[in-house]
Design a protein around this ligand. Structure first.
Ligand code: ADP
Length: 302
């Protein structure tokens, strides 16, 4: 197969591992920086130009599109789809998963457990918003945040009101969420490929830290997940329409609760924590499932 990896940086661990496993299995693999792609949008013969070259003959596109380039990155991926190239994750599914509000609404519709969450554009009534999620303590999140930045635990009603008002003053979009205390500063990352959880790790926050992000000093270890956790992770990935996904769960007293579904889950943490060849499993899955023109939306042809 001829595989395109849409990634801005060929030196990133995940990109390197996918190239390595693709090449090991005899495939031709090219890393393409989507920001250097230009496209002609015609119904007869959609093309992608990359530097001096016209991209042709690809069977598969593996999107590794960073949050900051979602808009243009998904447009390039959509163009590949319009050329009949099989996307490991479809452009529409990636756009969906990048919108926190839309994601939570989709998960709720499928009956997936999640922390009670409130949104408001301009809450004239902050106390009412807090009451809606069960009152303090609450977690307040900036919608644009990643890696735990902009995730704040407000332990009292007064603290919560101040933080919400401060974020509002900065015109930031936020959500307010029930604090799952019993998770104990840990979460579970389930790595889903197709309809299986192929690896799982527990991330534990540093002492006294409720956020488990590795970037915030958390540590990762191999974990055995329960059948309910497995089922929840698979249902969540399916609800988003993602074939490859990292589903983050909190262990609560009422069962697994989904926090987030990530469409470009990193490989370094999960391969190191579990010792599994996750990149190889992604390529194996592609070999079994790749077909031209196989998308739910058919890149607009359906
Ligand atoms: P980001 O997407 O920036 O990583 P998250 O929403 O994943 O932000 O939150 C960061 C971390 O904070 C999570 O990994 C988890 O450990 C903790 N956390 C987030 N939401 C809650 C919550 N409602 N209850 C308890 N802990 C939470």
């Amino acid at each position: 197969m001829k595989i395109a990896i849409l990634s801005r940086n060929r030196h990133l661990y995940s990109t390197r591992r996918l190239v390595e496993e693709g090449v090991n299995r005899g495939h031709e693999v090219k890393v393409i920086d989507c920001l250097h792609c230009s496209m002609n949008i015609t119904s007869a013969n959609p093309q992608i130009h990359y530097h001096e070259e016209v991209l042709e003959g690809f069977d598969v596109a593996i999107p590794r599109i960073g949050a900051s380039v979602t808009f243009y990155g998904t447009a390039v991926l959509r163009q590949f789809e319009m050329m009949g190239v099989f996307p490991v994750n479809e452009s529409v599914a990636i756009s969906r998963s990048r919108d926190k509000l839309r994601s939570l609404q989709l998960l709720a519709r499928k009956g997936v457990g999640m922390p009670v969450t409130g949104f408001a554009n301009k809450p004239d009534n902050v106390p009412e918003l807090l009451k809606m999620v069960g009152g303090a303590p609450v977690v307040i999140k900036l919608l644009q945040g990643t890696q735990g930045i902009g995730v704040v635990l407000a332990e009292t009603r007064k603290a919560a009101e101040s933080v919400i008002e401060a974020f509002m003053g900065l015109k930031a979009d936020i959500l307010v969420q029930e604090f799952i205390k019993e998770a104990g500063g840990a979460d579970i990352r389930c790595f889903v490929i197709g309809d299986k959880v192929i690896a799982a790790m527990k991330r534990q926050g540093a002492e006294g830290e409720f956020r488990s992000n590795l970037h915030r000093g958390g540590s990762a270890s191999l974990v055995r997940i329960t059948p309910a956790e497995r089922k929840t992770a698979i249902t969540a990935a399916k609800a988003m329409g993602l074939n490859v996904a990292g589903v983050d769960l909190l262990r609560s007293s009422r069962g697994p609760l989904v926090m987030e579904v990530n469409s470009s889950p990193g490989l370094e943490g999960i391969e190191n924590a579990t010792g599994k060849n996750v990149a190889g499993m992604i390529v194996d899955w592609i070999e079994k499932n790749q077909k031209p023109w196989k998308t739910r939306t058919k890149g607009g042809r359906g």
